[in-house]
Design a protein around this ligand. Structure first.
Ligand code: FES
Length: 585
């Protein structure tokens, strides 16, 4: 994780225009050419809202709300926001709730990832426009946490996150169930004819029994934990269930702490995103057995701070970091168990020798001080000791080779051991429409040895890199009991999914990456031990195919065009090229 040439250190207050340097409600006055009039007018509008002059002199804390009827994961945001506001008021601040875009995985066509950068821009621009001394970001569902952190880093406003927290696990017929690992497992069993419609429908009602984010170690849980590691969430706050009263007390504490940060104007988010903090985040990601999506989001967050996430280092850290947290999809338990087991600080204590303990913690002081103050107790079954891991290491492996010159990612700990070294003929799907049309064709010539290739689902081709990488096992094979096959794509997959699934192949097919040149029957070799992914086709044949390749047309207008023209590849976090690094104020 090295700093790019030309990027500077933390944003300095002196770099900003005078109207932005003033604190509280004098910050970022609307430009009429008369700042005193602008403040007079602003105060008049606030008095119209029932605020007295005494209230108007307090530090102003924005509370970014992502409550939305289209975001069931954030249904508990309103009482959490109220608790944050109460904490702000108790500490002498003035809370202002404001809305931003909200993204939910099941309510964003074609993919929430297409809109993550738009949400980050929304967050950044509102923080640049509003008179806030500091902000509490209320998010949780997969893309919301990285989008909010990206926006805050770029805006340069002191920020904490009040994540909404995970759902509790559900129960059906004596079985514990949870979103979305069990959604996928039950659906796969239904496709294979092992689960009837009635049981599937009953289980559907038990998969998400409370408000909150998916309660396995999927992307939402992973990003909440990483936000805590990076210093955006108060210690222990990432895993508190959404519906526990502790979540509201955490909200109140967050509100109180942010007022201190508003008064001190420190730390700025950029100061939290350091090489040491990113290494800590990657170490924790590997120990959690967390979501592959986190690598894309961490790369984007790093980019906003002028840093680059080094995928080779991600792989190196993975080789020496055991998976210690026994949560689905790799293990057995759910977030409420992780919270009861001691929460993230207990895991950080396990990882202590591998961490940079000098980085700031969200509650003030260093990470070392935060861990020293955390109770010793830990449930060894859920947060394992390094000598009794869930998996010995390599939760996430980074591959390179002739099929992925810019890299690809495999959740090794969720893959099948017998497929980690595999060579087989390619069976290519040119996009999601073709996949949907053919995957259940009873006449398809496919064997368990085939390597399923899905392309044109990357950042540009998707567009927005949908979570389609865990290609369903062809129905014909699923009904024969085949549970896993080698699957390769330029897509992402849900953090709740599992299997021998190679993702984020870079460069993607839509920009002419080698994935675009594979044909049915070509030999493909996956060599996880050697960290290789290769297309075994002669160079001159590849050159002939490349000459015939035609990229897709760019959308004619709007955000889709902006996205297609500026999105970076997966290894750079799929951010927009013009949002990386610092911006002039
Ligand atoms: Fe919102 Fe899973 S869909 S966290």
């Amino acid at each position: 994780m090295t700093r790019r040439a030309g990027s500077g250190e933390s944003e300095q207050a002196g770099d900003r225009p005078a109207s932005e340097r003033a604190g509280g409600l004098s910050r970022r006055l609307t430009r009429y050419g008369d700042d005193r009039f602008a403040r007079f007018l602003r105060d008049a509008f606030l008095q119209a809202n029932g605020l007295t002059e005494e209230a108007l002199d307090r530090p102003v804390v924005g509370i970014a709300s992502t409550a939305s009827d289209f975001n069931p994961c954030h249904a508990s945001a309103p009482p959490l926001i109220e608790a944050v506001g109460r904490g702000v008021t108790m500490a002498g601040g003035l809370p202002f709730v404001f809305p931003t875009i909200s993204l939910h995985e099941s309510f964003a066509y074609p993919s929430s990832m297409l809109l993550r950068n738009l949400m980050a821009m929304d967050t950044e621009e509102m923080l640049r426009a509003l008179p806030v001394d500091a902000v509490v970001l209320v998010g949780g569902c997969d893309k919301t946490v990285p989008a909010q952190i990206m926006g805050a880093v770029s805006a340069g406003v002191p920020a904490l996150m009040a994540v909404v927290g995970p759902m509790l696990a559900g129960h059906d017929q004596g079985e514990r169930l949870g979103a979305c690992t069990d959604c996928r497992r039950l659906w796969a069993a239904h496709r294979a004819g092992e689960l009837d419609e009635a049981r599937l429908r009953r289980a559907q009602g038990a998969l998400m029994p409370t408000h909150g984010t998916c309660m396995v170690m999927g992307t939402a849980s992973t990003m909440a934990c990483l936000a805590e590691v990076l210093g955006f969430v108060l210690p222990g706050g990432s895993s508190i269930p959404a519906v526990h009263s502790e979540r509201l007390r955490f909200g109140e504490l967050t509100g109180r702490r942010i007022v201190e940060m508003a008064r001190r104007q420190a730390p700025l988010p950029r100061a939290l995103i350091t090489p040491g903090a990113l290494r800590n985040a990657v170490t924790v990601l590997q120990a959690l057995g967390g979501s592959t999506n986190a690598l894309i989001h961490l790369a984007a967050i790093a980019g906003r701070a002028g840093l680059e996430l080094d995928l080779e280092e991600v792989d190196r850290i993975g080789r020496t970091t055991p998976v210690l947290v026994d949560l689905k999809p790799i293990g057995r338990a759910y977030m409420e168990d992780f919270h009861r087991a001691g929460s993230l600080p207990a895991l950080l204590r396990r990882l202590r020798p591998a961490l940079d303990l000098s980085v700031p913690a969200a509650g003030g002081g260093t990470l070392e001080e935060a861990l020293d103050g955390w109770p010793d107790w830990v449930d060894d079954e859920i947060i394992r000791a390094p000598d009794n891991p869930v998996a010995p290491g390599e939760a996430l492996a980074v591959l390179h080779g002739s099929l992925a010159p810019g890299g690809a990612v495999l959740k090794r700990a969720a893959a099948s051991d017998d497929l980690l070294q595999h060579e087989g003929p390619a069976l290519v799907f040119d996009g999601l429409e073709e996949l949907a049309a053919r995957i259940d064709d009873p006449d398809m010539q496919v064997t368990p040895d085939h390597v399923l290739i899905l392309r044109n689902v990357g950042p540009i081709g998707g567009p927005g890199m949908p979570e389609a990488g865990s290609i369903p096992i062809p129905a014909r094979l699923a009904k024969q009991g085949v549970k896993d096959m080698v699957r390769i794509s330029d897509a992402r997959m849900s953090g709740t999914a599992y299997g021998t699934v190679v993702l984020h192949v870079t460069p993607e097919a839509a920009v002419g990456g080698p994935l675009a040149l594979v044909r049915d029957g070509d030999a493909v070799r996956l060599d996880v031990a050697g960290r290789r992914l290769d297309l075994l086709v002669e160079e001159d044949e590849i050159a002939r195919r490349r000459a015939a390749h035609r990229p897709p047309a760019t959308p004619a207008r709007g955000y889709a065009r902006l996205f297609a023209e500026h999105v970076l590849q997966a290894d750079r976090g799929c951010d927009f090229d013009f949002l990386v690094g610092e911006r002039e104020s």
